[in-house]
Ligand binder design. Structure first.
Ligand SMILES: Cc1cc2nc3c(=O)[nH]c(=O)nc-3n(C[C@H](O)[C@H](O)[C@H](O)COP(=O)(O)OP(=O)(O)OC[C@H]3O[C@@H](n4cnc5c(N)ncnc54)[C@H](O)[C@@H]3O)c2cc1C
Length: 421
């Protein structure tokens, strides 16, 4: 088939790569000058199937109020006169029950674990490099109450067979030696040894180069304006480079997917949740993290990526604005200097924000639509880097008429025909 993949973030590029591997003739279209220049550009770098959970969970509404009032809090809401924001928030609230959380999580874990396995296979098969590390991730607790509160999380890890280590202070220092300098700031941690880390943008660019070798064409600097319906099929895509036609189309436009789909009568409950990161050069390698340390109090992830440290966090619900708010940088700076005071050179920090394409229930939307040749790969929210390779692979399999290695029916758009979503 001739396939047009709309969007050249990590999701579009992994989809294009696996489609090309399956023998299709693929073109990727994106408005940016190269791959992974929007949300996939500077994320926190965690490939973390172990922490693949929906944000909507029991107790979250109460916690959200506390977070909103906290200095350096992980959640910020700027109410807007945008009905889509309120509908999305209401849907998310409806997913905050224990029963919905369990269902949603059970849909996220298999795609995240499968994705990590696909990523490992890519490393073996094509030797892809992206400042990757396989040294687990450490959730660090500053308060005893946080450590005591992990019982529920541990039950879930056990249920899914995810290896974990509950660590005291000395155990945390053994995993992350630089924490010895700040040992009074934390009481313990939860380590997931199977988690990995790496630079999502580096990976995406490297995979795009591999895809190009397989014959994938990239049309960068090309704006996508609309999809043209032709009965029960899509007949073409109107772009700044004219009308493009193919046998099949994939929408992998991240947070912007709903804008292109709505005129076709397809409602995808994806909304933008802004996050921020800073990237700094490592000043003292012995004072830097070896992998990801998640500062649980502020929900900030501090990750070593080669000779840099990436610090990412904050969920800001403020519409589709890309404005960089200085207060958010202060939170990231605070977490880094508090835990790794000698680690990074904050005098030259690259401050960035991206819009996570979030679904209200948590899992991404992967699979068919009511147009026979239109397919979705979007809504990966806070875990798009973790789930990218698996998402690309299963969609390529579905489109090629092959049975994917995991059950993808629970990730399809049709799940929103039921009561929740
Ligand atoms: C602060 C932060 C930290 C994060 N940390 C992690 C992490 O540690 N681990 C993890 O797994 N995930 C993380 N994420 C989430 C992850 O980055 C996203 O889920 C992922 O990047 C989404 O990829 P995507 O390809 O769907 O979207 P994008 O990367 O945004 O790609 C969509 C593409 O579509 C293009 N596009 C959109 N509209 C148009 C149009 N009209 N015309 C042409 N092109 C268009 C854009 O240019 C863009 O390239 C984080 C996100 C943020 C913001």
């Amino acid at each position: 088939m001739k396939v047009l993949v709309l969007g050249g973030g990590v999701i579009g590029v992994t989809t294009a790569y696996y489609l090309a591997k399956s023998g299709h003739e693929v073109t990727v279209v994106d408005r940016q000058p190269k791959a992974a220049q929007e949300t996939s550009f500077a994320n926190a770098g965690e490939v973390s199937p172990g922490y693949s959970s929906p944000w909507a969970g029991p107790g979250v509404p109460v916690k959200a109020i506390k977070w909103l009032l906290m200095r350096h809090g992980p959640l910020v809401v700027w109410p807007k006169l945008d009905p889509r924001m309120w509908v999305w928030l209401l849907k998310m609230l409806r997913n905050c029950t224990a029963a919905r959380y369990a269902v949603n999580k059970s849909r996220m874990i298999p795609i995240a674990e499968y994705s990590r396995d696909c990523l490992r296979a890519l490393r073996t098969d094509i030797g892809i490099q992206y400042d990757e590390r396989s040294q687990g991730t450490l959730q660090l607790f500053r308060k005893q109450a946080q450590l005591d509160g992990t019982a529920g999380d541990i039950e879930v890890l056990k249920q899914y067979g995810v290896p974990y280590e509950v660590l005291d202070r000395a155990g945390c220092i053994a995993a992350e030696p630089a924490l010895a300098a700040v040992k009074d700031k934390f009481v313990g941690g939860l380590r997931l040894p199977e988690d990995e880390t790496g630079d999502c943008q580096m990976f995406t660019e490297a995979l795009a180069a591999q895809a190009a070798q397989l014959g994938v064409k990239f049309m960068f600097n090309t704006g996508i304006e609309s999809l043209v319906a032709d009965g029960s099929r899509i007949g073409g895509v109107v772009t700044s480079a004219g009308l493009l036609k193919a046998d099949a189309y994939v929408v992998a436009l991240g947070s912007w997917s709903p804008y292109l789909l709505r005129p076709l009568g397809i409602s995808v409950p994806v909304y933008a949740v802004k996050g921020y990161s800073i990237t700094v050069r490592i000043k003292d390698p012995d004072g830097a993290p070896v992998s990801t340390v998640m500062d649980e109090s502020y929900k900030v992830a501090i990750t070593r990526l080669g000779d840099r440290i990436r610090v990412g966090g904050t969920a800001e619900i403020s519409g589709y604005s890309n404005k960089l708010e200085a207060a958010r940088q202060a939170t990231l700076d605070h977490s880094l200097t508090d835990l790794f005071p000698r680690g990074g050179d904050l005098s030259v920090a690259n401050f960035w924000c991206g819009l996570r394409p979030m679904t209200p229930d948590g899992p991404p939307v992967i699979g068919p639509t009511r147009y026979a040749n239109l397919h979705l790969n979007t809504g990966h929210g806070t875990l798009g880097w973790t789930m990218a390779c698996g998402s690309g692979r299963v969609l390529a399999d579905l489109m090629s008429g092959k049975k994917p290695d995991i059950d993808t029916s629970v990730l399809a758009l049709s799940r929103y025909q039921h009561r929740f979503g």
